[in-house]
Design a protein around this ligand. Sequence first.
Ligand code: FES
Length: 176
Amino acid sequence: MLAEKYAERIEKIFAKYPDKRSAIMPLLYIAQEEYGYLSEEALKEVAALCDVDPTQAHSIAGFYTMFRESPKGTYWLQVCTDLPCALRGADQFYKDLCDYLDVEDGGTTADGIFTVEQVMCLAACDKAPMFQCNFHYYENYDMEQMKVLIEQLRAEAASESDTDTATETASESGED
Ligand code: FES
């Protein structure tokens, strides 16, 4: 439960605002960090902490693209395809990305590493095609650069997974 695990952090956040409801976004971030995404249960938990109705937590989570309302891949690629970016080729860029990863719009790759999604303006309209990956911005991208990045991220995910497996094996065998 967030209230117990993050008690100190939550209290510090509440102290910054005149009322608890104003702290809803920072608490949604904590919930997302803890659970990976904002499930119905997570939204209810945050709403209870902030003394608001769960529908309010739901509407905030649904409005802002930085909140995840469903599980995502390790890397969440949010491509802006809003009009100014579309005029600079963002639609084709997004389509090529989906084809390269072999996913549908909004889908996650079979290995769970990448989720792709179209989003509205990310305030970098003159730098399209652009996207954010786990909240880091990448601007003026083309598919050749994208393929390099994807393979880098795939390699990172594989190496982290190998490290996790080695740690589990060591811990199962009693090693430190
Ligand atoms: S329209 Fe794409 S960043 Fe603004």
